[in-house]
Design a protein around this ligand. Sequence first.
Ligand code: 2HG
Ligand code: ZN
Length: 462
Amino acid sequence: MTDSRLASLHQACPDLRLKTDPADLEHYGRDWTRRWTPAPLAVALPSTVEQVQAVMRWSAEHAVAVVPSGGRTGLSGGAVAANGELVLSLERMNKAVAYDAVDRTMVVQAGMPLEALHNAAREHGLIYPVDFAARGSCTIGGNIATNAGGIRVIRYGNTREWVAGLKVVTASGELLELNKGLIKNSSGYDFRQLMIGSEGTLGVVVEATVRLTDPPPASNVMLLALPSFEVLMQVFAAFRARLQLQAFEFFTERALAHVLAHGAQPPFEQVHPYYVVTEFAAGDEAQEAAAMAAFEDCMTHGWVVDGVISASDAQAAQLWRLREGITEALAPHTPYKNDVSVRISAMPAFLERTQSLLRQAYPHFEVVWFGHIGDGNLHINILKPADTTSAEFVSQCEQVTRLLAQVLAEFDGSISAEHGIGLVKKGYLDSTRGAAEIALMKAVKQAFDPDGRLNPDKLFDP
Ligand code: 2HG
Ligand code: ZN
């Protein structure tokens, strides 16, 4: 440990685990974007809240920036440490610390993986309903940092809805206890909600009190084949009118082709241009009949040309894999990712505009569309051609994103629906947030972190 700042951190907090091996610096210094070269000073792995407080006091004393770090599955560069920061990994603080059957809440440390929280809730006959494909690696602290959404938002909302309290260590090392699990609390500014979605720029979330709920009724999964993009919202309306939807996700033939190339089984004999995977309550005959009626209605209108319904949990998982496997299947192609949203009512017009924009803008790049269409959230992945350098590719894509951001502004949409702004989207924040709003965001940052030590460069420039 040659760096004198690290020697004094060790002195201030002798039990704190520190890593400085080049392989660790690389591993902990980057997220799934892989666009920046990681270069942190070191990685701290605290095991207690007190250690996190000691790290923040040390950071103040030595003017070292800190990047709070969860599972680093983020897609916006929100957990990248590329400038000599200390990575503050919460991975050792990964346990459930309390459960209250009356409140139906669980207190969990921020480094707990989402899937571990799902399992812990199930042990009490309840569920934590926020869910998405990175569940095994992402952590609840990271979910809170981006107000993570995922595949069940249509039924349960985003992470924000499920956080009843937070413990947060501030830039100066104070411990804030926010909302303390209350359902009703009309006592001024709600800093808990401010912390959710703040991407580690205002404080370090160390513990969360999350709400749990009853498991959903038995459900079925259906995969639908659609002849065109134009009918997508009609199919959504037909299903939503008749069924209690748990999920309504879409993807294109290109997306499916990549997942199949990754080893999944083709769902239909024929290839179709668009697909929907939907999950809905099917606990009784009436609900099952309603599902068939929705399907037949769509077939009669020509909005759906084929379909398959899950006959077992294993088949449901197989159908889900076709949607959930997309990110992993695309990863080898170094995709440039857009994660945009508009109101559902604006979706048909927005889709038309965006499709024609991207067709013109990307004549030579493969563009893969998928997403949580029932939430008005599209993921548009542009794949890097093998013969284009990363820098050239990103710069071309950024020019198109500027045009996309203008369309989003016209539609009152968002440049980041659920992945966060991080480093990737900060150049487009003003397409979603007004100038007065951004000025106030900066004033809030100044109040919580006057020397700009918490996750610097993310969200906006000072
Ligand atoms: C999903 O919905 C994730 O699968 C990842 O938000 C989206 O890879 C993406 O662009
Ligand atoms: Zn998503």
